[in-house]
Design a protein around this ligand. Structure first.
Ligand SMILES: Nc1ncnc2c1ncn2[C@@H]1O[C@H](COP(=O)(O)OP(=O)(O)OP(=O)(O)O)[C@@H](O)[C@H]1O
Ligand SMILES: [Mg+2]
Length: 174
């Protein structure tokens, strides 16, 4: 059973956007909103529809799905290793579908800002052929103050959707 088959229809215009983007991923798509309203789930649907091989912790050239914290760790590991860093830049600039989940969930490092600026600029140039999906809890003002206007401008250059539906995760009183 694929995730997209279980995608419910709320909010309908958003689900339509997700399905259309999953079928024909091109350009930037920014999904914002508060906790638990389906950003990561939708991003995983889009990934699953486009990744040829889904193996835990193994991305391929077709599609990359990475969380903010994992990207930070990956960059820390490659710090001062120029060959690894340039390989990472090349891969993240060229992959057909790049998904960065929960971008801005923590303050980004200077290294991460530099890396994002470089790859998102490359991906903006190629946006008619490749797709970049970002999910975030931040609003535009918070996003700009953490990442700067240049990164915001590229991330918000295409489709944008703010989910304001309630948290779907079950909550118990405590
Ligand atoms: N459209 C949907 N159809 C069916 N189930 C969904 C849908 N969207 C989300 N869910 C369910 O709701 C739960 C919360 O969604 P998700 O993890 O995507 O939230 P999120 O917006 O990424 O939250 P956070 O900002 O805290 O990371 C998921 O575990 C998933 O099972
Ligand atoms: Mg999430």
């Amino acid at each position: 059973m694929k995730l997209i088959d279980d995608l419910d229809e709320k909010p309908q215009e958003f689900i339509e956007m997700v399905k259309n983007y999953a079928n024909n991923p091109k350009g930037f798509f920014l999904i914002a909103g508060s906790n638990g309203n389906g950003k990561s789930y939708s991003a995983r649907c889009i990934y699953e529809e486009n990744a040829r091989f889904i193996l835990p912790d193994h991305d391929n050239d077709e599609a990359i799905f990475i969380k903010h914290d994992d990207l930070k760790d990956l960059l820390t590991e490659t710090f001062n290793q120029w060959s690894s860093l340039s390989y990472l830049k090349e891969t993240y600039s060229k992959t057909k579908l790049l998904i960065i989940d929960d971008l801005g969930c923590r303050a980004p490092t200077e290294q991460m800002i530099g890396f994002l600026h470089s790859i998102l600029d490359n991906r903006f140039e190629d946006r008619s052929d490749i797709a970049t999906l970002i999910t975030t809890n931040l609003n535009a003002k918070e996003f700009a103050s953490k990442f700067g206007d240049a990164i915001l401008s590229r991330c918000s250059s295409g489709l944008k959707y703010r989910l304001d539906s309630p948290d779907r995760r079950p909550h118990d009183q405590f």
